[in-house]
Design a protein around this ligand. Structure first.
Ligand SMILES: [Zn+2]
Length: 72
Protein backbone atom coordinates (compact mmCIF):
# COMPACT_ATOMS: atom_id res chain seq x y z
CA UNK A 1 0.00 0.00 0.00
CA UNK A 2 1.15 3.49 -0.72
CA UNK A 3 3.97 2.34 -2.92
CA UNK A 4 5.17 4.97 -5.31
CA UNK A 5 5.73 3.41 -8.67
CA UNK A 6 8.29 4.67 -11.12
CA UNK A 7 7.83 4.58 -14.86
CA UNK A 8 10.46 1.84 -15.07
CA UNK A 9 8.68 -0.31 -12.51
CA UNK A 10 5.43 0.10 -14.36
CA UNK A 11 7.09 -0.85 -17.63
CA UNK A 12 8.50 -3.93 -15.98
CA UNK A 13 5.14 -4.76 -14.42
CA UNK A 14 3.48 -4.54 -17.82
CA UNK A 15 6.11 -6.77 -19.38
CA UNK A 16 5.75 -9.43 -16.72
CA UNK A 17 2.01 -9.30 -16.15
CA UNK A 18 0.51 -8.50 -19.51
CA UNK A 19 0.99 -8.74 -23.24
CA UNK A 20 0.91 -4.98 -23.52
CA UNK A 21 3.88 -2.64 -23.73
CA UNK A 22 4.14 0.65 -21.90
CA UNK A 23 4.80 3.54 -24.27
CA UNK A 24 4.60 6.45 -21.84
CA UNK A 25 7.93 7.82 -20.71
CA UNK A 26 6.81 9.59 -17.57
CA UNK A 27 4.59 8.75 -14.66
CA UNK A 28 3.03 11.43 -12.49
CA UNK A 29 0.58 9.52 -10.36
CA UNK A 30 -2.34 7.15 -10.24
CA UNK A 31 -4.76 9.51 -11.96
CA UNK A 32 -2.56 9.86 -15.02
CA UNK A 33 -3.50 7.93 -18.11
CA UNK A 34 -0.60 5.94 -19.43
CA UNK A 35 -0.18 4.97 -23.05
CA UNK A 36 0.16 1.26 -23.74
CA UNK A 37 0.51 -0.76 -26.89
CA UNK A 38 -1.70 -3.82 -26.95
CA UNK A 39 -0.53 -7.19 -28.28
CA UNK A 40 -2.86 -6.63 -31.25
CA UNK A 41 -0.88 -3.54 -32.18
CA UNK A 42 -3.40 -0.95 -31.09
CA UNK A 43 -2.46 1.77 -28.63
CA UNK A 44 -4.68 2.46 -25.67
CA UNK A 45 -4.72 4.71 -22.63
CA UNK A 46 -5.31 3.45 -19.13
CA UNK A 47 -4.53 4.62 -15.67
CA UNK A 48 -2.10 2.36 -13.86
CA UNK A 49 -4.74 1.78 -11.18
CA UNK A 50 -7.08 0.26 -13.73
CA UNK A 51 -4.30 -1.59 -15.47
CA UNK A 52 -3.04 -3.16 -12.29
CA UNK A 53 -5.96 -3.39 -9.89
CA UNK A 54 -8.80 -3.92 -12.36
CA UNK A 55 -6.91 -6.15 -14.73
CA UNK A 56 -7.61 -3.87 -17.67
CA UNK A 57 -4.45 -4.83 -19.48
CA UNK A 58 -5.55 -4.86 -23.08
CA UNK A 59 -7.11 -2.40 -25.50
CA UNK A 60 -10.87 -1.91 -25.58
CA UNK A 61 -11.13 -4.16 -28.62
CA UNK A 62 -9.39 -7.15 -27.05
CA UNK A 63 -10.94 -6.51 -23.66
CA UNK A 64 -14.17 -4.49 -23.94
CA UNK A 65 -14.91 -2.36 -20.88
CA UNK A 66 -17.54 -3.79 -18.60
CA UNK A 67 -20.82 -1.92 -18.44
CA UNK A 68 -20.91 -1.94 -14.68
CA UNK A 69 -18.43 0.00 -12.67
CA UNK A 70 -17.06 3.46 -13.05
CA UNK A 71 -16.77 5.35 -16.29
CA UNK A 72 -13.67 7.32 -17.04
ZN1 LIG B 1 -5.82 -5.25 -28.45
Amino acid sequence: MGKRWTILEIKEFAQKNSESTLLSKEYHGFSQKLLFKCACGQNFEKTFTKFKNRNQRKCDVCQPPKESGERS
